[in-house]
Structure formats: structure tokens, C-alpha cells
Design a protein around this ligand. Sequence first.
Ligand SMILES: *Cc1c(COP(=O)(O)O)cnc(C)c1O
Length: 511
Amino acid sequence: MANLQSATKRIYSFDGINNCIIVNDVDSSGLQSLSAGLALILQQKRHTKQTLILSDIPEAEAELGMLYKKVADLIGQHAIDRLIGIGPEIAANSALFDVSEQHFYNSSSQFIDDFSNLDFENETVLLSGARHFNFQQISAKLQLLAHAAVLEVDLAAAMENLDYFRSHVQPETKLMAMVKAFGYGSGSYEVAKALERKKVDYLAVAYADEGVELRKAGISVPIMVMNIEQNSCNAVIEHNLQPEIYSFKVLREFTEALNQSSHKGSFPIHIKIDTGMRRLGFDADDISDVIDFIADHPELKIESIFSHLTSTDIPDHDDFTRKQVNDFDRISNRICASLDYPTLRHILNSNGILRFPEAQFDMARLGIGLYGVAYNDEAQSHLKTVATLKTIISQIRTVKAGNAIGYSRKGEAKQDMQVATLAIGYADGLNRRLGNGKGNVRINGKSAPIVGNVCMDMIMVDITGIDASEGDSAVIFGDEITVQDIAKTLNTIPYEILTSISRRVKRVYYW
Ligand SMILES: *Cc1c(COP(=O)(O)O)cnc(C)c1O
């Protein structure tokens, strides 16, 4: 299933060697795929330098010269700095191309022999290869990490989820998308870029560093930073981020930093009201002083006023949720009335959007829903799976009845058992409490229970009766075993499962 999914979504990207980004159009089928791939890297613009590795084009064209003329024109329109042509036909037509650096090879293996002579560094590399050129071996050379565990992130699915939530708010209601904690584990830049293209109004991150990283990567949408401290004020100002102001201390420190900076004009801030979370935010009693402070400091502009609901997924607490909404309405109105400009108000998170549409005010903040998780089965049925965690089988062995498996000899072969060792462990974010039969993985459409203790970098699973070979892929979570299933087993929430996947697990983005 997961393999099938990867096969149908052809273009994906991942981090490559020497700070390259590799965009792989696995099974490029001609001019149209090439054009789509070129458009994607142009729109991404992660590096100033872009290299295209292109095979012979499998297009039925009577005259090859005409075909490669079209290819050359297409490339000419896309600011490609280096062209690597692979195949006898493209090589024979090399004179048609006018790229500042170009190399031609008759086959993929000739190119690979010459690989060490071609520097790949700080550039985006688009691989566009017809199937029989086997560009997978080139992709493997350019790939950064050899670790087999990957988190596949389906960006198209995330954008469908975005549309689903959009359909629950008024057309004029704005959306702030939460990309904190490395986009709930799914990667911040790629998710942010896709959201920017879908014209979300704001992004939000937890810490200034996350916002700075997005700005440096070229994200230009307004970004709210939720946890600011004195030492991050300057970064917020310098990188055009927008602070969440939740206390008088932060209000004073930020204003001071702003006044010492070279910033001209008023600076957008977001005022956080506490209506029951008891985490961050101003109390109702603070509001008069907030209003006075803002009146005295025209260098601050209240871009929005917001609060956070504690229990939008728990119907038993709906009365409390409605009280939070009413309190927020009243408190925020007092601030609005003191301003001579309009400001935005917002309180809903993902589940709030689905369950309290009457409380959408001017904006809603979408988090977990974007990443494919909802509060109940009905809502879940409308969302697409975004993240799939996979790895491969490193080794298969038969363990004879009576033998123990793994650390502390916790696993037990009651009968002869086929055991597969998988390249993923607790250091990758696979919770150790899933060991000893608590958790399962999916291999070739069947469930395989984890036997024995989860190791740091590996697990052993029981594949008795499953047709599997070394090198086959194993899915930890995705469509078949969901993050909700795992969260239930571990008595936690899907948020924790998603955000625990460690950074050493390679993220691969499907477009
Ligand atoms: C994380 C967060 C959200 C998003 O919540 P979800 O439940 O993931 O939709 C919204 N607002 C604030 C203040 C948050 O910290």
C-alpha cells in the first residue's frame, strides 16, 4: 500500500550531500514531467544554483532534433545553471543546449564514474530520468543520509486537509497555520512553503529560531512567534517576525528592544489573553493597563488579539469552552474599542474549527488537522494521511523455539519464529514502550508484532507466516497503523507521536 502510494506520487524531494536539495522525478515520462519538475524547483528557489540531470526523453517525436530543441527552449526559460545530459540521444543533440555549464554522458554508469569530478554543493538538483536510465542509483549517490528510516510527508494531502478546514470557516475568515515543532515533525520549510502557496494568512512557530530559519529560507508570509524571551526580541525585529505578547514583562522588553532598534514605523504584535488555559496570557484584570500601555506606545500595532481553548475535543467540557469564548469576546472587545484601527481576533484551533464554527471571529489557527489528525472517527474520515514512517528489513533469521530475542532476553520464541530486524529504534523516536508485543508494524500488508525490547537503533519483529525478504519496507505508521492507534497504545496523544520522530530520520516530501 505504502509502496504503491510512493509509486504513484512521482516527484519528491529530500536533503542531499553538501547542502544540496534533491528533487527526484522518479519516472519522468517526457516534456510534461520535465516542465512540472522545472516549475517546482523554480517555485522552491532554495538555492541560487540549480542543476538539471536529464535523461533521453521518451517522447514519440518524429524528429529528434525538434524534440531536443523544445527541451532546450524549456530549460532556457528556467534559469538552470548546469545541465547534465544522460543518454545517446541527448548527447547527440548537445549542440542545441545553451546552459553555462553542461556535461553529456551516454549512460548513467558513465556519469557515476565521473561523479567525483563534478562538485555538488549548495544547489538544487532536479533529477528527471526515464525509467530505464535507472536514476535511482544517481539519487542514492546524492542522498545525504544512508539511514533507512524515512518519514514520508505527503504535502498534497496536507493541502487537501487545509482545504477541508477552510470549507468549515467563512470565506473571509483568515487562517493561521501552526508550523511549530518542526511542523509537528513533518518539516517546517517544506510545509510552510506549500502553505504560502495556498495563501494562508499567517504562520506560527513556538520559538524565534524556527521563524528565523523560515525567513532565511525565503518564506515571506507573516509569522507569529509564540514564546518570546528577552534574548529573542532582536531576532524577531530583525527578521520581521511578529511576537505573541503574553505578559507585561515581555511587553516592556519587546518595546525597549524595538526602540533601540533601527526599525521605523509601527511593529505588529499579537496580544494573548488567558481565558482558562492558565499557561501564557494576560488576565481580564490586566486589560486596562495593557490598553494604557498601547495608547502610550504608537510604535506597537496590535495585529491580533487571541486566546487558546483547552478542550475543543472533549464534548463534556463544551460549557467551559463556550465560557472561554464569551470571556474572550468581552475582553478582546475592550481592547478593540480602545484602538483607532481594526485588529483581528481568534481563538479556534483545529478541533475548534470543526466543533465551534460560531467562534471563528476573524481567524482560526490550524494545527494538527493540517497534519491529518482529527478528534473522532467521523472527522478523521475526511482527512488524508500526511506522514508515513517507514524503514527496511535489515536481516531475517529463524529463531528456534525456546530461544530468547534481544536485550535482557525479553523476547521469546515459543515456537520456531521468523524474526526480522528493522532499522529503526527509540533514538529515531519509536517509543520504547511499544516493545514486547505492544506495538506492531506493517510488512507487505500484514501486521508484525515487535518482539522483545526496542533497541536504540533497531527493533525485531515477528514475521512468521509473512512473505518478506531482506530489504523490504516496513511501515511503522501511516494509513494502516495510524498515529492515533499508536497514541492509544501508549496512552498519549498523536501530537506526541508525530513530534517525537527524531531529526536523524530523513524527511522525504511528496509533491
Ligand atoms: C498548537 C497551537 C494551536 C494549534 O492547535 P491544534 O490542536 O494543533 O490545532 C493553536 N493555538 C495555539 C496557541 C497553539 O499553541
